[in-house]
Design a binder for this molecule. Structure first.
Ligand SMILES: [Zn+2]
Length: 76
């Protein structure tokens, strides 16, 4: 894996501090743009909301608040 690629945890992502090296955007994970690729990859891409610069990955691994995903996967 590319060491420059940052993996964010979904449970804490909204509070993560992010900075874009391309346009200088500065904010939190909640303000960043997340491209969802559900069902295709293990990670979602985190992009700068201003210039779409790639900032890292957001892990889809189960954590707090993912209970609703469980009910979608298992009908029982
Ligand atoms: Zn940017």
């Amino acid at each position: 894996m590319n060491p420059k690629e940052k993996i964010y945890n979904q449970a804490t992502f909204d509070e993560e501090h992010l900075a874009c090296p391309h346009c200088g955007w500065d904010g939190t994970g909640a303000e960043a743009y997340v491209a969802g690729f559900y069902g295709i990859t293990k990670y979602k891409e985190v992009l700068c909301p201003k210039c779409n610069e790639y900032l890292g990955n957001l892990s889809r691994e189960r954590s707090f608040g993912d209970d609703r995903l469980d009910t979608q996967i298992g009908p029982r």
